[in-house]
Ligand binder design. Structure first.
Ligand code: HEM
Length: 392
């Protein structure tokens, strides 16, 4: 095979990994990589649904501590990196703020005004790029609003979040952003301590279980995680929902009129094209998954995207279809670390998509642009969505 041809195949596998994962599920459901860059340790990728579910539920054999190794230095004490009772305790203290009843108010106070504001700008134009103009802005503004960052500071806040994320590649920049974010958030946290308002930060600073509260390290660690965990993920799934709708125009028409159809669109898209295709664990002892021996200390990647395309659970998995019987998927993970923001994400998607479909009549792909496509490896979503509609 020529170098160019191989390069082309690798590029394709990086942007469209599902065919590669389908082969693995059929032939070798746990992939072993000997040169994975973890100080010579082999790493393993789990591809089937049942194995993925087992790994995610067994925190004793598959620890989340690996999540702290790389990014913890920049984000602070990460909920994502803890195990067992210590994780449970941290999670219990923050979970209250994410219950369905606690987030209801954000629909009226933040989601509707934010998405309407974004749509006001494009509705008269008759054309837009829905990624550039709507999906890449909406969830990030909602999270910033939930944290209590004033509208004018959103861009600064987003830039820090990006710098914190890039810490492993550029430590100086990562640490500077981590400090800047804390300096910025400190007055907000202190103000809520003095005078709680019933918002997210107030919940975090006042939450108490058996006399114990969150330490400052955990409060700031949690707030630094929220933007990447909540915004990057939701914006990409919203784009993938729109790809599915634009390529299934009859469903688009029904979804605009019927909230139940919209709900099914969201769940099927989460299964078909989740935005986070994998999560990380580390084996704490010698274990076996699907007959494959995994030595203690090996990084284990659970390919939740592949698991949700496992034909043993979802027949014809590449197909996006609302006729599937509802079955739990792994887009939000499972077990002790199952996504804390899943109710919020679902609500944001429902409110955001209903507004786009309601405000942009006769929505259709721009015929002069490439067809809408979902792409990516770790993160997946469309990079642009050029559309036409009837101007308001
Ligand atoms: C469609 C959007 C989303 C997807 C696909 C998603 C996916 C996930 C997944 C797969 C995990 C499990 C990670 C693991 O097991 O290691 C997770 C955890 C988490 N997610 Fe989400 N997420 C989304 C939206 C959100 C939102 C909106 C928030 C909050 C604002 C959020 C906050 C979190 C937090 C705090 C955790 C860590 C929970 C823990 O460690 O106990 N996520 N998410």
């Amino acid at each position: 095979m020529g170098g160019e041809q191989l390069g082309g195949r690798l590029d394709h596998a990086m942007s469209q990994p599902y065919p590669m994962w389908a082969r693995a599920r059929a032939e070798c459901p746990v992939l072993r990589y000997d040169d994975s860059g973890f100080d010579g340790r082999p790493s393993f990728h789990v591809t089937r649904f049942a194995d993925a579910e087992r790994v995610l539920r067994d925190w004793e054999a598959f620890s989340s501590s690996i999540n702290g190794e790389v990014i913890g230095r920049y984000m602070g004490e990460l909920i994502l990196a803890l195990d067992g009772p210590e994780h449970r305790h941290y999670r219990d203290l923050v979970a209250h703020a994410f219950r369905a009843s606690s987030i209801e108010r954000w629909e009226r106070e933040l989601m509707v005004p934010i998405v309407d504001g974004l749509l006001d700008r494009i509705a008269p134009l008759g054309r837009a790029d829905l990624v550039r103009d709507v999906t890449s802005r909406y969830p990030v503004q909602v999270i910033a609003g939930i944290v209590g960052v004033p509208l004018d500071d959103h861009d600064r806040f987003m830039a820090w979040a990006e710098d914190v994320n890039s810490g492993p590649l550029d430590p100086e920049r990562g640490l500077a952003a981590s400090r800047a974010m804390r300096d910025y958030l400190e007055p907000i946290v202190e103000a809520r301590r003095r005078e709680p308002r019933g918002d997210l930060v107030s919940e975090l600073v006042t939450a108490e279980i058996e006399g114990e509260r969150l330490t400052d390290e955990r409060i700031y660690g949690f707030l630094r995680l929220l933007l990447p965990a909540g915004a990057e993920t939701t914006f990409r799934v919203m784009g993938s929902c729109l790809v599915a709708l634009l390529t299934h125009p009859q469903v688009l028409a029904r979804a605009a009129a019927d909230p139940d159809v919209l709900h099914r669109v969201i769940e099927e898209t989460l299964r078909w094209e989740t935005s986070v295709t994998m999560v990380s664990r580390i084996a704490t002892r010698d274990v076996e998954v699907a007959g494959c021996p995994i030595p203690a200390g090996s990084p284990v990647t659970v390919l939740t995207g592949s698991a949700d395309h496992d034909e043993a659970r979802f027949p014809e998995p590449e197909e996006w279809s609302l006729d599937r019987p509802p079955r739990q998927h792994l887009a939000f993970g499972t077990g002790p670390h199952q996504c804390l923001g899943m109710h919020l994400a679902r609500l944001e998607l429902r409110v955001g998509l209903a507004a786009v479909l309601g405000r942009l009549p006769n929505l259709r792909p721009d015929p002069d642009a490439p067809p809408p496509t979902v792409e990516g490896f770790f993160f997946r979503g469309p990079s642009s969505l050029p559309v036409l509609f009837d101007p308001a």
